[in-house]
Design a binder for this molecule. Sequence first.
Ligand SMILES: *Cc1c(COP(=O)(O)O)cnc(C)c1O
Ligand SMILES: [Zn+2]
Length: 402
Amino acid sequence: MIRCIKCGMEYSLDEIIYTCRECGSILEVIIEPEVSKDVFEGRKETMWKYKEFMPVDESKIVTLQEGGTPLIKCDNIGKDLGVKLYVKFEGANPTGSFKDRGMSVGITKALELGVKSVGCASTGNTSASLAAYAARANLDCLVLLPQGKVALGKLAQAMFHGARVLSVKGNFDEALEAVTRLALMGEVYLLNSVNPFRLEGQKSIGFEIVDELGWRSPDRIILPVGNAGNISAIWKGISEFYQAGFIDERPMMVGIQAEGASPIVKAFKKGEMEIEVVENPETVATAIRIGAPVSYRKALRAIYESEGLAESVSDEEILEAQKLLARREGIGVEPASAASIAGLIRLLDEGEIDRGEEIVCIATGHLLKDPDTAIRACEEPVEVEADISSLLEVMGGKTSSM
Ligand SMILES: *Cc1c(COP(=O)(O)O)cnc(C)c1O
Ligand SMILES: [Zn+2]
């Protein structure tokens, strides 16, 4: 069933509905499969390893083998910070971000419902992913992007997979409002994270973390928060495995926002359940450049229930953390993803996180999503003639052993 998170009103799984007809709040899918975790054993490492927990018809699954992403132990940074650090590298998904998990379920649901066209507003990755999965499922795809604010790699993907791409004169929040109106008129099936089936796919990040750690939780999971769907999804996944008795404890959930787009952090610091919308959100981390997060209530619930935290970081801290991951661990992520590491560093400095904790940071998207920002952060390559003396000259005359 689908249930309103505020008033508890229930709806059928085959209804096309995005918000509660009684109170206007967002919805969630309720699923309580009765299986033992032994059923997962020996299955391929994709998110469909946990198919019993996915509320779709197994015969219709649209997949590019998303999920099963690496959980990378990061001892170089971890030792410096004094924590046991893992990075869950979501850049390893088919289109380079965790959005693929949600789209695999969302597009499968679209086929079940028999719709012909799907749509979304996007800061970039949602559109890249939707375009790919819609192509695979033979569905028409419409995406609305905030003009001039989408990273180059993401734009290339959305266009190349054949989506109808519209550049909206406005920010993400305005584009989402516009496409939502189209969806309510029945023009497209909406696949933003207000659609609760998206989060059903993304909750598999939580499944994979506790599975890989040997059926236990880390002390904390830290991730960037934009529209706030993913933190809600991971908490939902962890909680479902906890309810099923697969794990004995749950982690603290820590959401990180950019200073210029941090309505959830502000609400958390006041201990409130409601947010104040940020009218003109600004940050280099375009994937979290969102002022009116749709899933804020689910996210705050996850943070409070888990005794977690929310913190904001500056663009400088984000870009520094992005470089740190690339240069100390070999992990290339886009700016938004690095907010998790930047947040960890700040919370350690503030004494909010203890040294010695076991921490999983979610690296949400791949470095190549935003090549412009990466190149801007580096010096240009030195031009050189292709002969040995010129090479040695620019290398500073070095002939020593390697
Ligand atoms: C979508 C996205 C986010 C934000 O996730 P929300 O579910 O909107 O909070 C963070 N990082 C990347 C790379 C993303 O694509
Ligand atoms: Zn309701």
